[in-house]
Design a protein around this ligand. Structure first.
Ligand SMILES: C[S@@+](CC[C@H](N)C(=O)[O-])C[C@H]1O[C@@H](n2cnc3c(N)ncnc32)[C@H](O)[C@@H]1O
Length: 203
């Protein structure tokens, strides 16, 4: 595989395959949508966003990448971003995504909670991979799932990753019946009326 500059924070190929499968699933379930709108919460240097845009190359789509590019406090990305400066990480994201920038990949700089409170675009899929602490994952699921249309998908990373027990705890509590793609740490669920209404009540 071609070297991908990511400052040592590498998403595993099996998880990238799982992300592609979820994006393809979205495209199959919503064949008639004119343009698929995806929000990725936590993009770092763009690897998972690029994976999704490649998986959807035959479909009109846009991926909004929400990130403050400061890394996550208390995990490796926070340490790296502090050492090399957040703007360097953001520059690398722009360079890595250059070919797709403003076409299918659009950076949205700022905190997840800031943008989820101000979002107004009906969204077909949210992929959550930002701060993996229990409270933060809960906030992200609650904040973003309410923007997902019925039959859309809420998904995320690190369900089984050692060191991040809060992800599974939050997902199990808030997204009962979520699937985890075999041999991966990617979880997902199609949003139905019952899931959507639980987040409306939470709003
Ligand atoms: C694990 S990295 C994302 C990796 C990326 N999805 C991939 O697979 O290539 C987590 C990212 O979440 C961002 N992040 C953490 N907490 C955040 C928050 N509250 N709001 C926005 N971004 C956040 C960090 O800056 C970091 O870039």
């Amino acid at each position: 595989m071609r070297h991908f500059p990511d400052f040592g924070c590498e998403t595993k190929p099996r998880d990238l395959n799982a992300i592609s499968a979820v994006a393809r699933q979205l495209a199959d379930v919503l064949p008639n949508e004119e343009r698929l709108v995806i929000v990725e919460v936590g993009s770092w240097t763009g690897r998972s966003a690029l994976t999704m845009t490649h998986a959807l190359k035959d479909r009109k789509h846009v991926i909004f990448c929400v990130d403050h590019w400061r890394g996550t406090p208390d995990d490796t990305t926070g340490k790296i971003a502090t050492e090399i400066k957040p703007h360097t990480v953001f520059d690398q994201f722009l360079t890595n995504c250059k070919e797709h920038l403003w076409k299918t990949i659009v950076p949205v700089m700022g905190a997840s909670q800031f943008w989820s409170a101000r979002w107004s675009l009906p969204t077909h899929m949210v992929y959550i991979d930002a701060n993996h602490e229990y409270v933060a994952v809960k906030q992200d699921i609650i904040g973003w799932t309410k923007h997902v249309v019925i039959k859309g998908i809420v998904a995320g990373h690190d369900y089984n990753t050692p060191g991040f027990p809060g992800v599974a705890k939050a997902v199990d509590e808030l997204v009962p019946g979520a699937f985890v793609i075999e041999n991966s740490d990617v979880w997902w669920k199609q949003v139905d009326e019952s899931l959507a209404s639980s987040f409306r009540a939470n709003a």
